[in-house]
Design a protein around this ligand. Structure first.
Ligand SMILES: [Mn+2]
Length: 389
């Protein structure tokens, strides 16, 4: 049986205030085209359909269009809610779309009631475990503690019990939304750790043939049978090196992973993280390939340049993030105050101070004259007092 595993669509999310709805629509078109091109038997969506509990209308309409397209393809689809979704809201209408072959699981109580699909080699039971909020799922599942590990373990006990009662040779797939130990996070998942220990050991999923995970936004293989598809689009600059893909999994007649292929998702615009002095970023010919990218520029100029965003946008019109990380002179670090003052007169110390508080820009001629005048006055004053004594 051929499975297409994806997750973390985050419909409605934007990227540094740039709307991604068009890119998300293009991805969903690509998903449907992939189903057709690769003759996929089932689509798995492992949570975070939406970016937030109450998504914008345009995101809801996009999801609705995707459901229509999948139903029109006649491809069975199993979906779960993630930590970004409101399980209750997303689940409205789940009973009705079930009739169209879209199996949306948002209620922990149903985690051991699989969707059963068949091929020439027999049944495959698909168990959709929605994101289990420990405090909420604990009682429902009779977990020992309100921790991610305990509620998932309790849910998996139910899955294994159901599976054991099915005909011998029934193959099994679990969908889950969790932070599994060994996974590599990025900046765009948003916390799943609140209220408990974050990482769940992969061993909790023992006894099933394939585990389609969501939550982490980088595609990864925890082990041969436990994988993250990652998000179809980059949602933070920390994902600059990610290759955004879906897993195409061939589940063999005996439940073995006969093939696992990464299929690329369309890239709306590449990401680039640039670092250096503003003038260098504007001049360096090697950066020409990033001129059409979404750019995050970290400026290291000791003095903050004037109007940096406008100047960057002349060369990199899709600059969406600007960070300042000024270089400091080597003498300013790891040197004691006394050492820095050694051999300097009052005038030099004062000029250094002005340069320090202005990010490296020392006093100009007239400012130097003011400082000199002040020191002269103080000295004159001292002398007068000495004489008077
Ligand atoms: Mn997510």
């Amino acid at each position: 049986m051929r499975l297409l595993h994806t997750s973390d669509w985050h419909l409605g999310r934007s990227f540094h205030r740039v709307g991604l709805l068009d890119a998300q629509a293009a991805y969903l078109d690509h998903l449907v085209a992939t189903v057709r091109a690769h003759e996929v038997d089932a689509v798995l969506v492992a949570g975070d359909v939406y970016d937030r509990a109450v998504p914008p209308l345009a995101a809801v309409e996009l999801f609705d269009a995707a459901l229509h397209s999948l139903a029109a393809e006649n491809v069975p689809t199993v979906m779960i809610s993630g930590n970004h979704d409101s399980a209750r809201r997303l689940g409205v209408g789940a009973g009705l779309i079930e009739r169209a072959g879209i199996h949306l699981r948002t209620d922990p109580a149903g985690c051991a009631t699989p969707v059963v699909l068949s091929d020439a080699h027999g049944d495959v039971a698909f168990y959709g475990l929605p994101y289990l909020e420990p405090a909420l799922a604990r009682d429902e599942l009779g977990a020992a503690k309100a921790r991610h590990e305990d509620v998932l373990a309790a849910a998996m006990d139910r899955v294994r019990a159901d599976l054991a009662a099915r005909p011998a040779g029934t193959r099994s797939v679990v969908l889950a939304h969790a932070f599994v130990a060994g996974g590599e996070p990025s900046d765009s998942e948003r916390d799943i750790t609140v209220g408990g220990v974050a990482a769940v050991p992969a061993g909790v999923f023992a006894g099933v043939d394939y585990v389609a995970l969501g939550h982490l936004h980088g595609a990864q293989t925890v082990n041969e049978r436990v994988r993250y598809s990652g998000s179809p689009l980059a949602y933070s600059f920390s994902e600059v090196d990610h290759r955004k893909t879906m897993w195409l999994i061939d589940l063999g007649p005996g439940g073995e992973i006969a093939a696992a292929e990464r299929l690329d998702c369309p890239v709306p615009r590449p990401l680039a993280r640039l670092r250096g002095h503003l003038e260098d970023l504007l001049d360096d010919p090697r950066l020409a390939r990033h001129e059409d990218s979404w750019v995050e520029a970290t400026l290291t100029d000791p003095v903050r340049p004037e109007d940096p965003m406008a100047r960057l946008c002349v060369r990199f019109p899709h600059t969406v993030s600007l960070v300042f990380d000024p270089e400091r002179g080597p003498e300013s670090e790891h040197v004691s105050y006394a050492q820095r003052l050694k051999g300097r007169d009052d005038q030099q110390i004062a000029e250094d101070f002005v340069a320090h508080v202005r990010g490296g820009s020392g006093p100009d001629g007239s400012e130097r004259a003011v400082l000199r005048g002040a020191f002269d006055d103080v000295r004159v004053d001292e002398t007068v007092r000495e004489v008077a004594r």
